[in-house]
Design a binder for this molecule. Structure first.
Ligand code: 6PG
Length: 474
């Protein structure tokens, strides 16, 4: 065969990715389980480039030049395994199978090991940017072997988004590293959206602003430090009026957030690694709370707020901007901590500055301040937290009073701000000289002889709580 690369799975993301490849001059073999989608793609977009339509998997494989490169764009989980099973017997050592879906990184590690045994390369590649990104330039986070990236990198880099001429695609690290980083990207996306939602809620319920007015506030914020894709589209969504009812769109949408799983996985994995990603966790739980509609309806009347009908909101808009920014810095700091911890645990050697670089364009969390994050980690890869990089430390210091006012205003007004308040609690936790964990250790020792360490001597100790309270070295 002569095709440079193949795509199987031609739902929106798959066909847009195939079109993006074709538009960049690659001969692309395309395949879908039901061939109607393949036909539709060729009919509607065949003139955009050089496509080879394949009806069956053997045809797809035969259409490719060697070593073969096949991108799988199907649902994560079992459907991905089914396609891989079908493919492996048709391939030869040196061929590359690329999974462009939102796979769980442990699945990617398992698949990579299984294919490696057969001499095949398996590349778990995170792809972000939705339909539009897939077509016009996504952010791409490929894992897998260095060898596979030597073949695949130039292709992926050419179709990725570009910022300052640099492609938003880099080899993240071996096996599941790419999908791990994509997972954390999505976790940060959850946290970012939750913080934006809290900002909106406060401006509306405590500040008394209308959705259209809040849309303007966000539009203004988008020309400052908060400039980002999510802030930009928040202005669009809040400004939208429902055609059928003439109501603000945001008032006709059911207030039950859904999720496909990547945010939950980020938190599950963070729990395993012991990294406090409180911003992401609060976002996942806030979605869960919103979704328990029966419970909300059943308890609502019995849970009065006992809050004043108005609160002092002088300067609220600007305070909320500061709180949003500071909380966002915390969420990113936590996400990068998680990537670093996983990189150490799994031996991935991930370059944090490079991750910030490839998130500057194409992806959902693209934002102006990722440039600053890149500078922070490039300047000091060992940075103990993004929060102590001079730029962010100064920004958070400046935001701090406003941030505290916003959290207390929200508490007084009875508006839930789990994202803002947990971010602040994290910040206060990190900067505290003494934490009450000392008391927790004492309690553990009291009821379970779990032992504790002392501030003044090496070793681990146990106090004989039931007897004379003397101390013994454990
Ligand atoms: C992206 C998005 C994409 C998808 C999320 C949505 O980077 O392009 O993150 O992957 O929109 O999976 O996730 P939820 O459905 O869980 O909100």
């Amino acid at each position: 065969g002569t095709a440079r690369i193949a795509v199987t799975g031609l739902a929106t993301m798959g066909s847009n990715l195939a079109r993006n490849l074709a538009r960049h001059g690659y001969r692309v073999a395309v395949h879908n389980r039901t061939s109607a989608r393949t036909t539709a793609l060729i009919e509607q977009h065949g003139q955009e480039g050089d496509f080879v339509a394949a009806e069956t998997m053997p045809e797809l494989v035969a259409a490719l030049a060697k070593p073969r490169q096949i991108i799988i764009m199907v649902k994560a989980g079992q459907p991905t395994d089914a396609v891989i099973d079908e493919l492996v017997d048709l391939l030869e050592p040196g061929d590359m199978v690329i999974d462009g879906g939102n796979a769980q990184f442990a699945d990617t590690r398992r698949r990579e090991a299984a294919l490696r045994e057969r001499g095949l390369h398996f590349v778990g590649a995170g792809i972000s940017g939705g339909e539009e990104g897939a077509l016009n330039g996504p952010s791409i986070m490929p894992g897998g072997s260095k060898e596979s990236y030597a073949h695949l990198g130039p292709v992926l880099e050419s179709i990725a988004a570009k910022v300052d001429g640099q492609p938003c695609c880099v080899h993240v690290g071996p096996d599941g590293a790419g999908h791990f980083v994509k997972m954390v990207h999505n976790g940060i996306e959850y946290a970012d959206m939750q913080l934006i939602a809290e900002a909106y809620d406060l401006l509306r319920r405590a500040g008394g602003l209308k959705p259209a007015e809040i849309a303007e506030v966000f539009r203004g914020w988008n020309s400052g430090d908060l400039e980002s894709y999510l802030v930009e589209i928040t202005a669009e969504v809040l400004g939208h009026v429902d055609a059928a009812t003439g109501q603000p769109f945001v008032d006709v949408v059911a207030d039950q957030a859904e999720q496909k799983g990547t945010g939950r996985w980020t938190v599950q994995e963070a729990l395993e690694l012991g990294i406090p990603v409180t911003g992401i966790a609060e976002a996942v739980f806030a979605r869960a709370l919103s979704g328990h509609v029966d419970q909300r309806v059943a308890v609502r009347d019995r849970l009065p707020g006992d809050v004043p009908s108005t609160v002092a909101v002088d300067g609220l808009v600007d305070d909320v901007r500061h709180a949003l920014y500071a909380s966002k810095v915390v969420a990113y700091a936590q996400g990068f901590d998680q990537i670093r911890a996983a990189s150490q645990t799994y031996g991935w050697n991930i370059d944090l500055g490079a991750m910030a670089t490839i998130w500057r364009g194409g992806c959902i969390i693209r934002a102006r301040f990722l440039d600053r994050i890149r500078e922070a980690y490039d300047g000091n890869p060992e940075l103990p937290s993004l929060l102590v990089n001079d730029y962010f430390a100064d920004a958070v210091e400046q935001a701090q009073q406003a941030w505290r006012r916003v959290v207390s205003t929200a508490v007084q007004a009875g508006v839930p701000v789990p994202g803002f308040s947990s971010a602040l609690a994290y910040y206060d936790g990190l900067r505290s000289e003494r934490l009450p964990a000392a008391l927790v250790q004492g309690l553990r020792d009291f009821f379970g002889a779990h032992t504790y360490r002392r501030v003044d001597r090496e070793g681990s100790f146990h106090t004989l709580w039931g007897a004379d309270r003397s101390e013994i070295e454990a």
